[in-house]
Design a protein around this ligand. Structure first.
Ligand SMILES: CC(C)(COP(=O)(O)OP(=O)(O)OC[C@H]1O[C@@H](n2cnc3c(N)ncnc32)[C@H](O)[C@@H]1OP(=O)(O)O)[C@@H](O)C(=O)NCCC(=O)NCCS
Length: 307
């Protein structure tokens, strides 16, 4: 049975109202899914929630425990029921996870979308990101999903020459040699409508709000072919992705080229594909590092706050 869940027409919602609406819609979805579910399936979903709460904090969104797949078996109702059960507890989870109110409008939008997915699968990278959002371990921030398990790989000291090594050494000196945790951004296909300059600015603003609630977090990192300085000639339309953070005190380091980077960089652009085929462009992954203090200052300046 398919029940239409309509997003609220009254916007902006108060944060508590947004959560209440999510909880109501999620309970309705649980009730519908439970009509055809066995008590054994419900118990497996309960066990899965307990397992995820124990194992996923501090772990990458994609690194799901094997026990979760064993609990899911081949039951198609498992994944949607799991997501709906998690969202039905959004109010309690928001308090436990200290999620800033400013994230809630986007959380609301994504939660309502997740509740409408018919056949999610644990094997699907996009659903793993959604699950992390339901667990409030990743945060939908308009242009990107922001996860709190990022870091600067130590190997970056050797992947970009002496200048890069010295730049990183100066940076590590400011972090007490810590390489994490950082917030880390991920592109999420269902959120591509926010992948534009305004959506990215909002993403940085929301990350600043998250940073205020995580004093131990060192800043924001993102690894992608789209941070490569070569984009200035290859895809100038995308240079805003690096330019805004760099103007706000971020810096970037070269990580190296891989087949995956070529696949990603050529997936949507005929121009980049042609340049790769002609041997005139080698997609290369760079890591953007936006230190905490600089990002907070950028966000405060945008708000007109005095630092
Ligand atoms: C990252 C991504 C979402 C950016 O999308 P985007 O903002 O549309 O930018 P793209 O450069 O990829 O645009 C692809 C095509 O859309 C068209 N296009 C995009 N924006 C346009 C605009 N403002 N005006 C006109 N055409 C536009 C162009 O035809 C462009 O092709 P071209 O390079 O041959 O001109 C997209 O490249 C993508 O989905 N890539 C695969 C997944 C990926 O790399 N994810 C990131 C992992 S780190």
């Amino acid at each position: 049975m398919n029940v239409m869940i309509r997003p609220s027409t009254i916007w902006p919602l108060q944060p508590d109202k947004a959560l209440a609406e999510i909880v109501m819609a999620a309970r309705l979805r649980v009730a519908v899914l439970c009509m055809d579910a066995s008590p054994a399936l419900m118990n497996r979903v309960d066990t899965a929630i307990h397992l995820l709460d124990l194992t996923m904090p501090g772990r990458g969104y994609s690194d799901l425990p094997q026990d979760l797949f064993d609990l899911a078996g081949s039951e198609p109702a498992f994944a949607p029921l799991l997501a709906a059960r998690l969202l039905a507890d959004a109010t309690g989870r928001q308090i436990a996870r200290a999620v800033p109110d400013t994230i809630l409008p986007e959380f609301y939008r994504q939660a309502m979308r997740i509740l409408r997915i018919d056949t999610p699968s644990l094997d699907d990278d996009a659903f793993r990101k959604d699950l992390s959002i339901c667990l409030m371990l990743s945060f939908p921030c308009v242009a990107q999903v922001v996860e709190e398990t990022g870091g600067v790989p130590r190997r970056a000291v050797t992947t970009g020459g002496i200048g890069q090594a010295m730049r990183l050494a100066r940076h590590f000196a400011t972090t007490g040699l810590r390489s994490g945790p950082y917030f880390e951004i991920h592109t999420h296909t269902p959120m591509l409508d926010g992948f534009n300059p305004d959506g990215w600015d909002r993403c940085y603003e929301l990350t600043a709000e998250l940073l205020k609630m995580r004093p131990d977090c060192l800043g924001l990192v993102g690894g992608s072919w789209f941070y490569d300085p070569a984009l200035a000639t290859v895809s100038p339309r995308l240079t805003y992705l690096a330019d805004t953070p760099i103007a706000g005190g971020a810096f970037r380091v070269r990580l190296g080229a891989s087949e995956e980077d070529t696949e990603l960089a050529t997936a949507t652009s005929a121009t980049r594909r042609t340049l790769v085929e002609k041997g005139e462009y080698m997609p290369t992954r760079w890591l953007m590092i936006w230190p905490r203090k600089a990002l907070l200052a950028w966000a405060a300046a945008r708000k007109g706050d005095v630092q």
